[in-house]
Design a binder for this molecule. Structure first.
Ligand SMILES: [Zn+2]
Length: 209
């Protein structure tokens, strides 16, 4: 059985390959093994990432068919349907690891910062629902953070938003909470840097990892 530790190591190794510009043979050949997955899937990690076209999850972790259960939504926010998707994967496939993956220069986080600085009047209700999910994570930063350094603020906001999403997953579902308490599930937060191609895991790592 795959453990959270093994799963994390596979992701780290895959991301090291991606950042170095190489791909594993397993990834390259996984599409030729399509028929192996007809009977079912056994993804080793769930990734909740942003929809940003520069952060395609399977590519940046160098993984192939059947490896990752991916949920993508602008700003990697957590609403009921994202929690439901994680519950589904954890219950159906006994997936041991969930990664909330934010990224540098996130447009959704930036839009939230812009909105807090200068509220717009005619933002669509649907877009607003995303901004409103990010807002609680970042508004405190505007009060205390280095306001003049917009780039530093944006970086802190991305990480704050990842932490909030990860905590929502840890505490927003009795099913997930029980799995976490019995050490069957680990929820961690990470950030992908567009600048380097590297993923840094920075939230929720237990001491043994
Ligand atoms: Zn984004």
């Amino acid at each position: 059985m795959t453990t959270a530790r093994d799963a994390l190591e596979r992701l780290r190794e895959g991301n090291r390959r991606f950042a170095a510009g190489v791909r594993s043979l397993d990834t390259l050949t996984s599409q030729t093994r399509r028929s192996e997955f007809l009977a079912g899937q056994k993804p080793f990690a769930v990734i909740l990432g942003c929809s940003d076209s520069r952060v395609p999850v399977e590519l940046i972790f160098d993984q192939g068919l059947g490896d990752l259960f991916v949920i993508r939504v602008a700003g990697n926010i957590v609403a009921a349907s994202q929690i439901g998707s994680v519950e589904f994967a954890a219950a159906q496939f006994a997936t041991p690891l969930v990664v909330v993956l934010g990224h540098t220069r996130c447009g959704a986080v930036q839009a939230t910062l812009d909105e807090l600085r200068r509220p717009s009047e005619n933002q669509s209700r649907n877009l607003r629902s995303i901004v409103d999910r990010i807002r609680p994570a970042v508004e405190g930063l505007l009060e205390t953070g280095p306001n003049r350094d917009h780039e530093a603020l944006a970086r802190r906001a991305v990480r704050a938003n990842v932490r909030v999403s990860a905590n929502f997953l840890r505490h927003g579902s009795p099913i997930l909470e029980e799995l976490i308490q019995s050490d069957k599930l680990l929820v961690v937060g990470a950030e992908y840097a567009l600048e380097t191609g590297r993923v840094e895991f920075f939230d929720g790592l237990p001491a043994f990892i």
